[in-house]
Design a protein around this ligand. Structure first.
Ligand code: SF4
Length: 370
């Protein structure tokens, strides 16, 4: 996690992630550029095409496997501390994308991490997890070709963490994560278990595995890749690959959506009316007056309205380009754009909530909740 004081970025899965410039991450953390690979992906998703996925570690290995039609896996998950928001939505859509490309899919409910990081009991996270899984199913995850589980109940993940404890020193954990309580280090070992679970014999043995996450999760990948190499002889692990998406800006203009400020984000289970209100109040890259905006154009690069449309709600790349151009030349005004975005988002959320409601019982069944 913590970068040295002279570094420009901090990637911390449990704290304040700061990224001044994504270009710095290639040099500072050794993340590879996704741009160089995008044209080789047979059916790239919108995040890949639009540069929202900007980095990776060894994704080439997964790409080759995909092209040859061999077995591969996708693994990611959610810390069950609240309802689905736009960040968790992005990860879920990425997993579903790889599942549709033929991957065996794994989705971890990181309830041990929620306990260690947020002090949420397993009873509390169980209720939240049911809703999260219903969201995942409503978005199109196919449970017949996937494994959804709670860390607390998945003994294979916990067994792996026990092995991994013998392969890492306190000094290494401090170097990767900074000084944290031992429970968080333990939850990191459990996450390494999550990431390598798809390669156990029970799931068909070693295979290339991609972990699509926000870049703030990179520390877990670095630890797990190291452990995969250390335990190669015993388990024949192949070091996992990753793709990294950018961190979404807050609706209030802050660099990151944050639970501390409810106006900076919305969840998929708020009322469409409440969501509409947040969009109407959002920060934009617009100018101080309409005249100025018509003359100078807006600044979509800093605008959360442009970003949420581009990242989630507009399928056609040509429409995204058109919006960008119209904003830049001043022919699109913020009020008009917000009203349009509001309609699109509210429609999506209404449909999503209708689908989700019907899937709650199935989610309970998958998680073994009475
Ligand atoms: S016109 Fe749209 S994209 Fe441009 S600054 Fe305003 S809200 Fe943002």
């Amino acid at each position: 996690m913590a970068a040295a004081a002279d570094k420009k970025s901090v990637l911390d899965p449990w704290g304040a992630t700061v990224v001044d410039d994504y270009n710095h991450l290639y040099e500072e953390f050794g993340i590879q550029k996704f741009d160089d690979l995008c044209s080789k992906v047979p059916n790239p998703n919108m995040y890949m095409r639009r540069g929202v996925i900007f980095g990776h570690r060894d994704f080439d290995r997964v790409l080759e496997t995909m092209k040859q039609g061999d077995d591969f896996a996708v693994m990611s998950g959610i810390k069950p501390t609240g309802e689905f928001h736009l960040g968790t939505l992005m990860t879920a859509k990425e997993i579903i994308y790889f599942q549709q490309q033929g991957a065996q899919a794994f989705y971890s409910i990181a309830d041990i991490e929620a306990y260690e990081d947020n002090r949420l009991s397993f009873d509390e996270t169980e209720k939240i997890a049911v809703g999260n899984v219903a969201d995942l199913l409503a978005l199109g995850f196919d449970p017949k070709r996937g494994h959804i589980y709670r860390q607390y109940k998945e003994l294979r993940v916990r067994d792996l963490a026990v092995h991994f404890g013998a392969g890492v020193t306190l000094a290494t954990m401090k170097a990767i994560y900074g000084e944290r309580h031992i429970g968080l280090y333990l939850s990191a070992l459990i996450q390494a278990g999550d990431i390598l679970l798809p390669q156990l014999k029970d799931f068909g043995g070693p295979k290339p595995t991609v972990v699509p996450v926000g870049v703030d999760q990179d520390a877990h990948l670095r630890l797990t890749r190291d452990l995969a190499n250390k335990f190669r002889r015993k388990f024949k692990f192949i070091a996992p690959s990753s793709t990294y998406h950018k961190i979404l800006k807050g609706l209030d203009g802050s660099p990151k959506m944050s639970k501390r400020n409810p106006m900076s984000y919305f969840t998929l289970n708020e009322t469409p009316k409440a969501i509409g209100k947040k969009i109407a109040c959002a920060f934009t890259g617009g100018r101080a007056t309409v005249d100025e905006q018509k003359k100078l154009g807006g600044v979509p690069e800093i605008c959360p309205i442009y970003e949420i449309e581009m990242c989630h709600f507009v399928e056609d790349d040509n429409d995204v380009v058109e919006t960008y151009k119209c904003c830049k030349c001043g022919s699109l005004l913020c009020g008009e754009h917000k009203a349009r975005t509001k309609q699109i988002v509210m429609k999506f959320v209404e449909e999503h909530q209708r689908k989700r409601e019907k899937l709650v019982d199935q989610a309970r069944e998958i998680l073994g909740v009475n």
